[in-house]
Every structure is written in C-alpha cells, then in structure tokens.
Ligand binder design. Structure first.
Ligand SMILES: Nc1ncnc2c1ncn2[C@@H]1O[C@H](COP(=O)(O)OP(=O)(O)OP(=O)(O)O)[C@@H](O)[C@H]1O
Ligand SMILES: [Mg+2]
Length: 276
C-alpha cells in the first residue's frame, strides 16, 4: 500500500538554526498519526513544509504520490491536503457561518466572484449560479452542525471562546473537502469536556475517510486517539511507533524532561499514562 503522505528526508534551516534535520516518515491513508515533541522541536515547521508555506532546504513531501515541490499552499489544499493553524486564524469580524462560506468558496475558487464557486460559466450565464450558492449554504450549515457550532452560526467568530474558535478553524479546513487534515494543537484552549467532544469529532472525521496528522501537547489525548506517534526533538525524529511503545520510550521521556515547565507537565502525563 502506498502512503497518502511521505515526508522524504526533509530538512529546514533558518540561517544557522537547523529547525528540521532529515525528517523521514510516512502516513498511511485512514490513519490518525500524531507528531509530538517539546516546544521548538519543529512540528509547526514540518506542517509549514507539508502545506507549501515553507520551502524545505532539503528533501521533499509527496501527497498521494505527487511531489509538492514548488506548489503554493492553495494548490496543495486543492490536492486534498488541508490544515489548521496553531494560532487561531478565523476571520474575527465575520460570522461563524460566513467563515465557513469563505472556506467553501476557497475550495471552488477559480477566480470567480464570491458566490460563483463551482459554478460553470454556462451556469453563470444562465443565472444558475444561485442554485450553487444555495448548495454551498446548505453545506456550510451541515459542516457547522457536524462540528458542534450550529448554535453559533450567527455570532462573530472573534466573539467565541478560544476553544470554539479552534473548532471554526477545523470547520474551515473541512470545508475544503480534504482527503487529509493536519491539525496544529487543536485542543489548546479547550477544557476537558470540550476536548472529549473533540476526540469524538476526530474519530468521525476519520470514519469519513479523512486521514489525520495531529500535533498536540495534550498527552492523554494523543495516547488515546493515535494509531501511531512520531516524536521530534530539536528537529530530529527520535522515536516512531504505537502509543504503548512511545509512552515507555526512554528517549521520549528524556526529551520532555530536559525542557520547560509545559514540557515537564507533558512528560509527567506520558509517565502517568504509562502507569494507568
Ligand atoms: N520563521 C522562522 N524563522 C526563524 N526561526 C524559526 C522560524 N520558525 C520557526 N523557527 C524556529 O524553528 C524551531 C522549530 O519551531 P517550530 O515552531 O516548528 O516548533 P514547534 O515544535 O511547533 O513548537 P511548539 O510546540 O512550541 O509550537 C524553533 O527553534 C523556532 O524558534
Ligand atoms: Mg508549533
């Protein structure tokens, strides 16, 4: 079986700093894989390479067998690889509904005016673009219901609690109809019960056939949802395997112990999960 995503010996340098060194791993279609590591390990940098926001100094990324070399972020989104951002990236002054509509228009964007996504020139000439707009609105409503934001549709995205804004980011990414979704710390800012709901959503996303690569510091969650975990430290892959192997891996525990307080907490959680 060929992987849906291949990170092929990718390296990234920022001046003298090696942010990622010779990173090499695959994700198979249908998997939930987590990419973890202490602060500054290179996780977001890896996402930026995979989604065309950053050109690697070495190596390449392949998605569904296609090299992503030289492609722009919107090209990559169109191939079916979507992402969320570590920092909230909603349009704060637009309603939650309009945020998702923007995502849907982006998916169909072909240089047409808003409302014309996916409408052919003929549709437009015959005045049938409205039907397509209606279909998009129905899809936006369905997406909001699915992500649990249905009741928030009319509110400005910027007025939502931080955890809910993260969900809007997920809805925006899902609006592009991806085959694979990269999530950068989706539950940061969510409380325990919101996180539980999010774990259910993650599983539903996977059940719909969307492959997931997750960056997250919430170790109990990572251990619970992941089929496989890839661990980075100082830009290098230090461990890769199923959760049971990762939680007792001395190199992983050591990597977290050497870091700041958040990472120490994560290390404690890794050990607690191991004892549970
Ligand atoms: N644009 C940039 N210019 C210079 N250095 C950068 C840039 N982006 C990231 N870095 C550095 O690259 C390293 C990896 O950063 P990155 O943001 O990928 O880490 P991370 O694993 O996502 O960390 P966190 O868990 O804190 O989000 C860090 O040392 C960071 O300071
Ligand atoms: Mg990051």
């Amino acid at each position: 079986m060929s992987p849906i995503l291949s990170i092929d010996h990718v390296g990234v340098r920022f001046g003298g700093l090696v942010a990622i060194a010779d990173l090499h791993f695959d994700v198979q279609a249908g998997e939930i894989v987590s990419l973890i590591g202490p602060n500054g390990a290179g996780k977001t940098t890896a996402f930026n390479v995979m989604t065309g926001f950053l050109k690697p100094s070495q190596g390449e990324v392949r998605f569904r067998g296609t090299s992503l070399k030289g492609l722009q972020p919107h090209d990559i989104t169109r191939l079916g690889l979507a992402r969320t951002f570590q920092r909230t990236s909603v349009f704060p002054d637009d309603t939650v509904f309009d945020n998702v509509m923007i995502g849907l228009h982006r998916q169909g964007a072909s240089g047409g005016a808003p409302g014309m996504a996916r409408a052919s020139l003929l549709d437009t000439l015959l005045g049938r673009a409205g039907a397509s707009e209606q279909a998009l609105r129905a899809r936006a409503a369905a997406l909001l219901d699915w992500t649990g934001l249905g009741g928030r549709a009319r509110e400005k995205a910027g007025s939502l609690a931080y955890g809910e804004q993260r969900l809007v980011g997920v809805a925006l990414a899902l609006a592009t109809d991806p085959a694979m979704l990269l999530l950068d710390e989706p539950v940061s800012g969510m409380n325990a019960s919101e996180t539980r709901v999010f774990v259910r959503l993650l599983r539903q996303i996977r059940e719909r056939g969307i492959t997931i690569l997750l960056v997250e510091h919430d170790m109990p969650m990572v251990m619970e949802v992941s089929d496989r975990i890839v661990v980075l430290n100082y830009g290098r892959l230090i461990a890769e395997g199923p959760p049971e192997a990762i939680r007792s891996d001395p190199a992983v525990i050591e990597a977290y112990l050497g870091q700041g307080s958040a990472a120490r907490r994560a290390a404690a959680e890794v050990r607690e999960a191991a004892c549970a």
